[in-house]
Design a protein around this ligand. Structure first.
Ligand SMILES: Cc1cc2nc3c(=O)[nH]c(=O)nc-3n(C[C@H](O)[C@H](O)[C@H](O)COP(=O)(O)O)c2cc1C
Length: 185
């Protein structure tokens, strides 16, 4: 890296967003509820493409990551879709676990989700494909298009603060989907 690049990077602002209020004494028991609240606040605040997230997977030579769209989120998990034959599809078949990272800059908020990944039933993958724009449908093969869900075992909510008193709320569950969530300090 040149001195110029290093200097430029240090002039760029960070955590310039303005987070909404977060009541730490009234956190929901289930991180899904907090995620839905934060997603709603991101949409309301006009965060561009708030459903875009980084999906990290385990590859045979280390790790891999790329940006995808969140397709659904409910008690079954965080859903995303792609081709089974893609690098991520091959990686997930070999090692069905992943991490998702959201960054909502205008709110100085980030959410991390990780856990095992399960493939949705074929009819759900097909429904996802059918809901895509026609041009995208024509490019994909129905047998290849796959919906997966991250069954979260860990969910972290992070909210930046200009005075550097950042807030971090971490949920964990030990026994897979259906298990009881605990708040880690
Ligand atoms: C904002 C954004 C959204 C994207 N959404 C998807 C998506 O939902 N599904 C998908 O397969 N690729 C999506 N992509 C493309 C992926 O980032 C990636 O390039 C592609 O899936 C191939 O990844 P892989 O080679 O690691 O499997 C998106 C890219 C961007 C920038």
């Amino acid at each position: 890296m040149t001195d110029e690049t290093r200097a430029l990077l240090r002039t760029l602002p960070s955590l310039a967003g303005e987070p909404p209020a977060l009541d730490l004494s009234a956190l929901p028991e289930d991180p899904l509820d907090l995620f839905l609240a934060w997603l709603g606040e991101a949409v309301h605040a006009g965060v561009p493409e708030p459903h875009a997230m980084t999906l990290s997977t385990v590859s045979d030579d280390g790790v891999d990551a790329r940006v995808l769209l969140l397709k659904d989120v409910d008690e079954r998990g965080w859903a995303f879709a792609s081709e089974r034959s893609s690098a991520k599809g091959v990686q997930l078949a070999a090692r069905p676990a992943a991490a998702l990272t959201f960054w909502w800059q205008p709110l100085a908020r980030s959410v991390r989700v990780r856990g095992p990944v399960v493939e949705a039933p074929p009819e759900e993958s097909l429904a996802d494909l059918r809901a895509r724009p026609l041009e995208a449908q024509q490019r994909a093969s129905p047998e290849d298009w796959t919906l997966w869900r991250v069954e979260a075992s860990h969910v972290e909510f992070w909210q930046g603060s200009r005075d550097r008193r950042h807030v971090r709320v971490r949920y964990e569950r030990a026994a897979g989907a259906g298990g009881h969530w605990t708040l880690a300090t």
